[in-house]
Write a protein that binds this ligand. Structure first.
Ligand code: DQA
Length: 146
C-alpha cells in the first residue's frame, strides 16, 4: 500500500482562483491538489487533501494523521501567524512536516512575517505559487526515501 501524505489547506484557500489573483494566482485549490497528487503518484505516494476554515477541524485532521500518514504538507493560511494550537498539534505528529505558502509572507505586511508553524516544520516553501505544491511533494518524497 502506498504511503499517504496529508495535504492540509487552511482558511480562505477554498476561494483560490477568485481571491486576490494578483497575490495568489488564478489556479484553484483543486488545481493545486491535483498537482500535488500527480507529483505524489510519480513517487508511488498518495495525497489525502482536506481544506477547512475551522481551526478545530484542521487540528482534528492532524491528530487523525498520527500513526497513519507518512508526512504532512500544510498551508495554514492566516492561522500560520497565530495558531499555537496548530503548532502544538503538528509538534505531536511524528513524520516530516512541510509548511507551504503560495505567496512569500516575509515580503508582505509585517504581521505575516511571524510564523508559529515554522518552528515545528521540517522545512518551509514560500513564494513559488502553485509550483510550491510540486516542490513540497518532491521534498517529502526525498525525506521519506531517506
Ligand atoms: C498564505 C499566506 C498567508 O499570510 C495568508 O493569510 C493566506 C495565504 C499563502 O499561501 O501565501 O491565506 O498562506
Amino acid at each position: 500500500m502506498s504511503q499517504t501524505i496529508l495535504l492540509l489547506s487552511g482558511p480562505n484557500l477554498n476561494l483560490l482562483g477568485d481571491r486576490e489573483p494578483e497575490v495568489y494566482g488564478t489556479d484553484t485549490l483543486d488545481d493545486h491538489a491535483a498537482t500535488a497528487a500527480a507529483t505524489a503518484e510519480r513517487h508511488g505516494l498518495a495525497i489525502e487533501h482536506h481544506q477547512s476554515n475551522d481551526e478545530a477541524a484542521i487540528i482534528d485532521h492532524i491528530h487523525q494523521a498520527r500513526g497513519r500518514c507518512a508526512a504532512i504538507i500544510i498551508n495554514p493560511g492566516a492561522f500560520t501567524h497565530y495558531s499555537w494550537a496548530i503548532h502544538d498539534a503538528l509538534a505531536a505528529f511524528e513524520g516530516p512536516v512541510v509548511e507551504l505558502h503560495l505567496s512569500n509572507p516575509n515580503a508582505r505586511e509585517p504581521w505575516r512575517h511571524t510564523s508559529v508553524v515554522s518552528p515545528v516544520a521540517t522545512g518551509t516553501i514560500v513564494g513559488f505559487g502553485g509550483h510550491g505544491y510540486e516542490l513540497a511533494v518532491e521534498a517529502v518524497a526525498r525525506l521519506l526515501a531517506g
